[in-house]
Design a protein around this ligand. Structure first.
Ligand SMILES: NC(=O)c1ccc[n+]([C@@H]2O[C@H](COP(=O)([O-])OP(=O)(O)OC[C@H]3O[C@@H](n4cnc5c(N)ncnc54)[C@H](O)[C@@H]3O)[C@@H](O)[C@H]2O)c1
Length: 462
């Protein structure tokens, strides 16, 4: 009875807030009209920048890693550093000094909004944001207002207002607004994308992605306990982008197809409250985020995506990454595998065999992959990425591609609509969960342009 009353009140509250409306059996969120005179940013290009001058905001675990990688990217220079904590700015300054790099011209710390001065600094072309989640949006918005391109760590935006805010600001200022989703640059994903684009799996009909990562060893490491705190307060798949990003590229989302409807279901919180009690030393009885959240999404062209989130249980690390096609299959976890239909002459078909596909693992998998090197992954770039590192090299490839495209005035690999589509799983899964797993409409973030470009491709300089 109590639960029914709660659900009723939750729906009433959401409706009263005007954020979403049930229509038939689907909940719809508000799609703001595109402001007059504004155009979409599909294929956005900007003036080439010979040397990309980068201002780094947020120098914790992730930001420090970026400070160590970026000096190896050709044509990139760090000209400004900012963190709330002065000692973190000093540590990053020391890293650059040890590498023999020029001292940043601006260093900012101590105030909640010290980043404003960094965004205003003249010799900054790109603001690279690695703070906790709650700070991403205000910094990115101000940076674009100041005429800077922005790159924002995952998830870039937390709710639908933030998502639409970033879209509108990027469209208005014609500045790039890219989410730093590194997993699209992992070697298995890049090779599999190439295979899919060359038709090896037939038509892709279903994909799976996940973030299953037991964060027990990390909870204590986050500044001010921001991550556990957010999970305690917010229900839904709060970290969907690593799982959904690579599989959306395979499905050509907003490049010929688009996500239309989503439904979510979660477990109750079994471990979350216990972890919080241990962490804070105080009993915790209310933990909003379920230990395991699953979201199913359908596309305009009748394809499906399954996205999972679990940071609370000791299951092995997995981003799932499964691609199911009419003629083949790829899976990265737990064992990298491809399966392809095997054409056998009729006299060799063994009736006792239950399936007619060939599975590629180990050395056979490597031999198959060798024929599908991704166009952007030159042997030189692969070698440098593996040397510099960052999740095995994918972080470096992400930084390299971002700077390469800015230097050549090319469209970036990920635009603000990718950011929107990959981030929206968090707020929309929450709405579905808080309404008894009702379907929720996934808006067309391009506002009418999702079918203009046919297929995902990387931009390359002539
Ligand atoms: N792509 C990936 O593989 C990956 C991996 C880890 C983390 N991340 C993302 O990176 C981001 C940062 O995570 P982290 O692990 O480094 O967290 P962290 O807690 O180690 O670092 C956050 C930093 O932000 C700083 N900060 C907070 N408020 C600030 C403000 N107002 N101005 C300036 N600095 C401020 C803190 O002082 C801290 O140094 C998060 O969005 C996270 O999701 C991505």
């Amino acid at each position: 009875m109590k639960r029914k009353l709660f659900l009723f009140l939750a729906v009433a509250a959401l409706l009263a807030a005007g954020c979403c409306k049930p229509s038939g059996n689907v909940i719809k969120t508000t799609v703001p009209a595109r402001p007059a005179g504004q155009q979409d940013v599909i294929g956005l290009t900007a003036e080439p920048i010979e040397t990309v001058r980068i201002g780094m905001v947020g120098l914790g675990m992730r930001g420090t890693g970026a400070v160590e990688r970026i000096p190896y990217v050709p044509g990139a220079v760090i000209t400004a550093l900012c963190d709330l904590l002065p000692e973190r700015v000093e540590e990053s300054k020391a890293i650059l000094e040890k590498m023999g790099k020029p001292a940043p011209t601006g260093c900012y710390s101590g105030e909640k909004e010290s980043w404003r001065a960094l965004c205003e600094q003249e010799d900054v072309d790109l603001v690279y944001i690695c703070t906790d989640w709650l700070n991403h949006y205000p910094i990115a918005m101000y940076a674009m207002e100041c005429g800077k391109h922005v790159a924002i760590e995952v998830p870039a935006a937390l709710d639908m207002d933030e998502i639409w805010g970033l879209i509108n600001m990027s469209e208005k200022t014609r500045k790039h607004c890219m989410m730093l989703e590194n997993c699209i640059y992992d070697f298995f994903e890049m090779t599999t994308l190439e295979m899919a684009q060359r038709g090896l799996f037939g038509e892709i009909i279903h994909v799976e992605g996940a973030y299953c990562h037991n964060l027990d060893p990390y909870w204590d490491e986050y500044w001010n306990n921001w991550r556990l705190d957010y999970n305690q307060k917010i229900r839904g798949d709060v970290y969907p982008t690593h799982g959904i990003g690579p599989v959306c590229q395979v499905l050509d989302i907003h490049r010929g197809d688009r996500m239309t409807t989503l439904v979510s279901m979660d477990t109750k919180s079994f471990n979350g409250a216990k972890i919080t009690s241990n962490h804070t030393g105080k009993p915790c009885t209310d933990f909003a985020n379920g230990d395991e959240t699953s979201t199913l999404i359908r596309t305009e062209k009748g394809k499906t995506l399954l996205i999972e989130h679990d940071v609370m249980t000791p299951r092995p690390y997995s981003r799932m990454y499964q691609v199911v096609g009419t003629d083949g299959y790829a899976a990265k976890y737990p064992i990298p595998q491809y399966c392809l239909r095997e054409e056998k002459p009729a006299d060799q078909v063994d009736a006792k065999h239950i399936s007619d596909e060939k599975t590629y693992e180990g050395e056979e998998l490597k031999a198959l992959q060798a024929g599908y090197r991704n166009t952007i992954l030159t042997p030189e770039l692969e070698a440098l990425a593996k040397e510099v590192g960052g999740h095995g090299g994918m972080d470096f490839i992400m930084d390299y591609r971002l700077v390469y495209c800015l230097r050549h005035g090319l469209p970036l690999d990920m635009d603000v609509y990718d950011l929107a589509e990959w981030c929206c799983v968090a707020p929309l899964s929450r709405i579905s969960l808080e309404n008894g797993s009702m379907p929720v409409e996934v808006p067309d973030f391009t506002r009418g342009a999702w079918d203009r470009v046919k297929g995902f491709s990387y931009a390359l300089a002539k």
